[in-house]
Write a protein that binds this ligand. Structure first.
Ligand code: HEC
Ligand code: HEC
Ligand code: HEC
Ligand code: HEC
Ligand code: HEC
Ligand code: HEC
Ligand code: HEC
Length: 261
């Protein structure tokens, strides 16, 4: 289990609400985290109250990791997980709810996710990354905040679903090919880091090791290097498996089984 660290956030202004840091802890997960939107004058009322009016968001929330996150200084029965992202809801509920009524809607604001997920913030600052910090996209495009499976893109469902989520923006790589590359059945993240990477194209490895973790490189008695049934001795000196005009169609090919354009 990763260790969650305590940290403090400078006050931010988002959506007209001031967000400042509370120190919270999550006893079930046994780690301390920081949180959350502040709503002046409001106190925590607990999930049950929210669910009375918002059954839709509660539908798949049960059993999710975020359901187990609570705000430490409010010992409300049933937990305060909704409010860990939305802020204390007493004023909102007393007023009968409503849009813009004393509640924080993180919406497209990924900063509120990163107030807890500092390590993701760090990944998004690596040289090659999805442009979340640049505000061109946000966490919720890949993660469903109310899902039991917060990973819109993977989780316990099939990898095909992850590829579909990525395909929403990267149709070319996820489309059907005459000659598929079976690697894609394991999902795009066998080769790409979803948040960011030090490598070009957000690859998990920058060299042939990317491919060799599935395709064994065998040294024959005569000093030749085989990959699959083919001698690769002179080819692998030319560069990466996917460059040098070799297997350049890594996502699949309509030309031949060797993954070429
Ligand atoms: C008395 C009923 C009621 C209760 C209790 C209630 N809400 Fe609401 N809430 C509403 C209504 C009605 C809306 C407006 C929905 C709409 O317009 O579609 C709303 C809107 C919201 C929004 C969207 C706000 C925006 O500006 O876009 C959020 C987020 C929200 N509620 C979260 C919560 C949370 C978290 C709790 C528990 C702390 C809670 N609500 C408790 C009735 C309630
Ligand atoms: C991990 C953070 C997180 C948690 C926990 C969370 N929400 Fe949300 N909620 C969000 C985000 C992000 C949005 C905006 C989603 C979007 O714009 O697609 C949102 C939007 C909403 C909305 C507005 C939906 C609309 O029509 O615009 C309501 C209502 C709401 N949440 C209620 C709840 C309730 C009730 C709970 C607890 C059962 C809960 N949320 C738990 C992050 C969270
Ligand atoms: C109040 C703190 C807090 C906030 C705010 C928060 N999270 Fe989390 N989140 C956690 C904790 C704690 C975990 C479990 C520990 C972990 O996986 O690192 C977690 C886990 C996750 C996971 C991994 C789930 C899994 O199955 O492994 C994802 C994805 C995630 N959060 C996305 C989000 C997104 C997107 C938002 C904003 C809408 C958000 N979180 C807001 C505390 C938070
Ligand atoms: C381009 C899609 C995408 C975006 C944008 C994105 N994520 Fe993820 N995230 C993923 C995928 C896919 C995984 C699963 C990685 C895996 O299984 O190897 C993941 C995993 C996670 C995890 C689990 C821990 C980990 O590192 O595997 C957390 C927490 C998380 N994301 C939070 C966030 C937060 C917070 C944001 C916004 C600041 C965000 N993500 C933006 C796709 C995305
Ligand atoms: C909401 C749209 C969206 C989703 C969903 C999305 N991406 Fe992206 N992706 C982008 C954008 C925008 C860029 C940056 C393009 C640029 O800077 O030219 C990008 C860049 C990339 C790059 C680097 C491209 C390059 O030329 O350097 C890779 C690889 C990538 N995404 C893979 C993925 C994977 C894998 C997933 C699913 C886990 C995914 N993306 C989901 C929008 C998305
Ligand atoms: C077997 C490893 C592997 C898998 C699996 C994989 N990719 Fe890639 N991807 C690569 C390599 C290698 C490159 C770099 C190609 C280059 O530089 O010529 C790349 C490049 C990209 C790019 C940049 C544009 C381009 O074509 O050069 C995007 C976007 C991308 N991949 C998206 C995806 C998506 C979406 C998935 C899942 C549907 C996926 N990839 C699965 C290896 C993979
Ligand atoms: C997650 C495992 C995995 C990764 C990573 C992977 N592959 Fe594959 N690849 C497969 C599987 C499985 C097959 C189909 C069985 C076979 O032919 O070995 C395949 C088939 C191929 C084939 C077709 C072989 C033929 O002629 O029939 C080529 C070429 C290939 N991969 C190249 C690559 C390259 C280049 C990379 C790195 C960018 C790569 N693979 C990364 C799993 C993987």
């Amino acid at each position: 289990m990763k260790h969650w660290r305590i940290f403090f956030l400078a006050a931010l202004i988002a959506g007209g609400l001031s967000i400042s840091a509370f120190v919270t802890s999550c006893s079930t997960l046994n780690r301390t985290i920081a949180v959350a939107p502040e709503i002046p004058g409001a106190s925590f009322i607990g999930n049950k109250a929210c669910l009375d009016c918002h059954a839709v968001q509660g539908k798949n929330f049960h059993g999710s990791i975020h359901q187990r996150v609570s705000v430490d200084h409010s010992k409300v029965a049933g937990g305060t997980s909704c409010e860990s992202c939305h802020g204390p809801g007493s004023l909102h509920a007393q007023g009968g709810g409503g849009r813009g009524k004393s509640i924080h809607n993180p919406g497209k604001d990924s900063d509120s996710c990163m107030s807890c997920h500092v390590e993701i913030h760090a990944e998004l600052r690596l040289p090659h990354h999805h442009p979340v910090l640049e505000k061109k996209m946000n966490c919720v495009q890949c993660h469903d905040p109310h899902g039991s499976d917060i990973h819109k893109t993977s989780g316990n469902l099939s990898m095909a679903r992850m590829n579909q989520e990525c395909a929403a923006c990267h149709r070319d790589q996820a489309r059907q090919f005459l000659f598929e590359h079976e690697a894609l059945r394991e999902g795009c993240t066998v080769c790409h880091s979803p948040h960011g990477s030090i490598n070009q194209k957000m690859l998990v490895e920058r060299d042939n090791n990317l491919c060799l973790k599935c395709h064994a490189q065998v040294h024959s008695g005569s000093g030749d290097i085989y990959i699959g049934a083919t001698i690769h001795t002179s080819w692998i000196k030319r560069g990466n498996c996917w460059s040098s005009g070799c297997h350049s169609a890594v996502h699949g090919s309509n030309i031949d089984t060797h993954l070429r354009y």
